[in-house]
Design a protein around this ligand. Structure first.
Ligand SMILES: [Zn+2]
Length: 169
């Protein structure tokens, strides 16, 4: 992520010294107390009122790795919904390019929380799995979409989180 795209998420941004000042998004800020500057290909942020970097990143919905200006741009190429029996969204597995997978759950405010703490793990496409008699197990979500025709008897995957859960128990 570039420093410009991070500054674009902030308000009352102004140049100061070799960096910027802006309102801190993590506390009710009236006088810009967030410092932003670049150093060694990284964007440094600091709230003078004492908010942690992690708290600021959470509000801005960016990851610690986004503070690095160099390296690959992460791009979401697929979102796989995991739903309960009634079709309610429980969580998503997100596929990035370059290839990487992350899991996230709805935060209840139209955004996402990037962990599955306390979330019930279910089989991929559970409502469909429950509706059929036989099930074909694939290695990943993508295979259930790309390698099986839509009218296939069943589609199911064991996702990474399912596997790791199974390993833990
Ligand atoms: Zn703050």
């Amino acid at each position: 992520m570039t420093v410009e795209s991070i500054l674009a998420k902030l308000s009352r941004v102004r140049r100061e010294g070799n960096g910027w000042k802006a309102l801190c998004p993590a506390h009710p800020d009236k006088n810009p107390s967030l410092s932003v500057r670049q150093a060694d290909g990284k964007v440094l942020i600091h709230c003078h009122a004492g908010c942690s970097t992690e708290a600021i990143l959470t509000v801005l919905r960016i990851e610690a790795r986004d503070l690095f200006e160099e390296g690959p741009e992460w791009r979401i190429v697929a979102e796989y919904d995991y739903r309960d029996e009634k079709g309610n969204l429980l969580f998503q597995v997100v596929r990035f390019d370059p290839k990487d997978f992350r899991q996230r759950r709805p935060d209840g405010n139209g955004g996402w929380t990037w962990n599955l703490n306390g979330v019930r793990r279910v089989l991929y496409r559970l409502p469909e799995v429950l509706a059929v008699k036989s099930v074909l197990i694939c290695e990943g979500e993508k295979d259930t979409h790309s390698k099986l025709p839509n009218r296939s008897p069943a589609k199911l995957t064991q996702s990474r989180c399912w596997n790791s859960l199974a390993r833990k128990t």
